[in-house]
Design a binder for this molecule. Sequence first.
Ligand code: TYM
Length: 332
Amino acid sequence: RPRVLSGIQPTADSYHLGNFLGAVRNWVTMQDTHDAFYMVVDLHAITGGHEPKALRERTRVSLAQLLAVGLDPQRSTIFVQSHVPEHAQLAWILSCLTGFGEASRMVQFKDKSAKQGADRSSVGLFTYPILQAADILLYQADEVPVGEDQRQHMELTRDLAGRFNGLFGQTFTLPRPYIVKETAKILDLQDPTSKMSKSSSSPAGLIELLEEPPRSAKKVKSAVTDTGREIIYDPVEKPGVSNLLTIFSALSGRPVPALVEAYEGKGYGDLKKDLAEVVVEFVTPIQRETKRFLDDPAELDKMLAIGAAKAREVASATLASVYDRVGFLPPL
Ligand code: TYM
C-alpha cells in the first residue's frame, strides 16, 4: 500500500469548510487505499504567539473534529506532532540544507510577515515550511492530501528530499501532493476572489463546522453572488455562484453539471436556500460526534498514545538512517 501523510493546525474553535473539502475529506477516503498517517501539528501552531491552556484545548477539539468527520484510529495512525520529537530533530538538519533565499521565497511566509512586519515575525514562521518538510519526509510518504495553498511547501519538500538524497545517498521518498482540483480552493462566501481562511476571512465569509447550524444557514443565504441571474459554473465570470456550486456538489455528491441543470430557470435564492439545508444536514451530526469524542478524554488519550507509538516507530527509523548518513557518531 502506498503511504499517505497529512497534517492540520489546531485552529481556535473550529475547522471550516475549506479545511474539510480541500483536505480532510480526502484523508478520510484515503484510509481505505493507503497506509495512513494524520497529525495535528501543534509545533506549527506556536509561531505567532499563543496561550498554553488554549492550545491544549484547541488540540483536543481539533482531534475530536477529525474523528467526527470520519478519521478512524483502526484504519489510520492519528497523532499529535509534538509527541514525536523526531520532527524537530529532522527539521534542524533540513534547515541546514535550505537556502536562506529559497526559504524567503515562500509565499505564505512573505504574506504573513509583510502583514506583521519583520520584527514581529518569528524565525519559527520563517522555518515553518522546513518543519513541514520534516513532517512528511520522516514517514516516507508517497502522497500528501492538501489544498492548493500548500503546493509551494510541497515543492520545497520535494526539493529538499532530492537534495538530501543527492548529497548523502537515497534516503527519502519524493512525496507527491494530492490536490483535488474541484475543491482545492474553497472561497470566502463574502469575497469569492480569496480563499476561505480562518485568519483572513470575515466571520460571514467562513462556514465553521462547529458553529450553530442556523448561523451557517444564514451565511449561505447571504453569500455574495454575481451579477446576472443565471446559475452557471464559471469560476472566472461568476466566482461566487461557482463556489456555491462547488460546495453544494462536494457535500451532496451531485455533480456540478447536474446541479446546473436542476437549477435552470431558478434564482440564486433557490440555490442558496437548498444549499443552506445541505450545510445544516452536514454539520449537525459532526457537532454531535465532536461532542461525544470530547466527552471521553480518556479514550482520546488512549488513541493518542497508540498513535504516537506507531508514528515514532517509523519516524525514529528514518531519523536513525539520516543521522548515520549525515555523519554523526552513533550514540554509545
Ligand atoms: P492548515 O492547517 O492551514 O490547513 C489544513 C488543510 O486545509 C487546507 N485548506 C483549504 N483547502 C481548500 N480551500 C480552502 N479555503 C482551504 N483552507 C485550508 C490546507 O491546504 C491544508 O491542506 N502547513 C499546513 C499544515 C501542515 C502539513 C504538514 C500539511 C504541517 N505539516 C505536513 C501536510 C503535510 C497548514 O497550515 O494547513
